[in-house]
Design a protein around this ligand. Structure first.
Ligand SMILES: [Zn+2]
Length: 321
């Protein structure tokens, strides 16, 4: 399972029921938080995303609408009895800010935070890894140091073609060897594992770009991403405001998606001046039709509907792992 929950899509201040920036990426059993605007822990509770399952928090930049939920969330984790470490990846200065907040509020955490503080970068750098996923940061261009994050699944294992191993009369107890790519003699027959392995499932990716001016220089870092989240604070009618504040318009977010050849685009981080977001969606879809609004409480799959060739389909009616 690879999906992203949107917990907030408002920029600067909450407006029209919209909360501030926060998203939870779920991959296998891992929950990873990106940004933590005020109220994020309430939103996690509301959408039943268990706080104690968080492994890591990624922070794009130090503006309050992206971090003011952190001290509360981190202290709640301690009160809920967490003792396993939490990874926190964010701009240089985040550690000092949090530690002075904890100190001034007489808060003590009963679990360690493992900080990865980021200096400004001009190309992607790996900042986190699980057994199935790699996370890179890359530069964004805002009024303060700012980072995007790209979550990419590692290549998957080739699938065991059950109908072929059955045809070859290979006993079940050898299936796991074949699946792991081990070839062997079975009595006098050479079993070449490669002949029984089909294509692996495709690997998918998610990129988070907020906050930033229109920045075509980052296109190479997000090319071919499955799902791109890009901020769309303004409509094109307020292009001057976007340029002056280093934010993007819906049209610019769509241009980024088009140039980067992504499969789908999610737009968010909407200015508090817009009660209705239909115009954002229309403006972006004119340029990049596969656009959706990042709506709170909605969970978006990070995947494509791909139909495999029949001969590549593994029949998975047996527990083979
Ligand atoms: Zn912001």
């Amino acid at each position: 399972m690879f999906q992203v929950w949107v917990l907030g899509c408002s920029s600067a201040t909450p407006a029209f029921g919209r909360h501030l920036s926060a998203q939870v990426v779920e991959h296998h059993q891992h929950l990873m938080l990106i940004d933590c605007g005020e109220g994020t822990q309430f939103q996690m509770n509301r959408y039943r995303l268990r706080l104690h399952r968080l492994d890591v928090v990624f922070v794009s930049h130090m503006h309050g609408d992206h971090v003011f939920g952190l001290p509360g969330l981190l202290t709640s984790l301690s009160m809920l009895g967490r003792n396993k470490p939490l990874h926190l990846v964010g701009p240089v200065g985040i550690k000092q800010w949090l530690e002075s907040t904890f100190s001034a509020s007489y808060s003590t955490l009963l679990y360690p935070i493992i900080y990865t503080e980021l200096e400004p970068v001009d190309s992607p750098q790996q900042v986190y890894e699980t057994s199935h996923l790699v996370v890179e940061c890359f530069p964004l261009y805002h009024r303060v140091p700012c980072f995007g994050y790209r979550f990419a699944e590692k290549p998957k294992k080739r699938k065991l073609m059950i109908h072929l191993v059955r045809q070859a009369n290979i006993p079940k107890e050898y299936f796991h060897l074949v699946k792991q790519g081990h070839s062997f003699y079975l009595e006098d027959n050479w079993i070449d594992a490669q002949q029984f392995l089909g294509a692996p499932d495709p690997s998918f990716s998610y990129a988070y770009c907020s906050d930033t001016r229109y920045a075509p220089e980052i296109v190479p870092f997000i090319t071919d991403t499955t799902l791109l989240y890009h901020e769309a604070t303004f409509l094109s009618t307020l292009q001057n405001n976007a340029t002056a504040t280093a934010h993007s318009t819906a049209a610019e977010a769509a241009q980024m998606a088009l140039q980067a050849n992504v499969a789908q685009l999610l737009i968010g981080h909407f200015s508090a001046r817009y009660p209705d977001l239909k115009a954002h969606l229309a403006e972006a879809q004119q340029i990049f039709p596969a656009t959706e609004l990042a709506m709170e409480g909605k969970c978006y799959a990070i995947a494509l509907n791909i139909t495999s060739e029949p001969e590549d389909q593994a029949i998975t009616d047996l527990p083979i792992d």
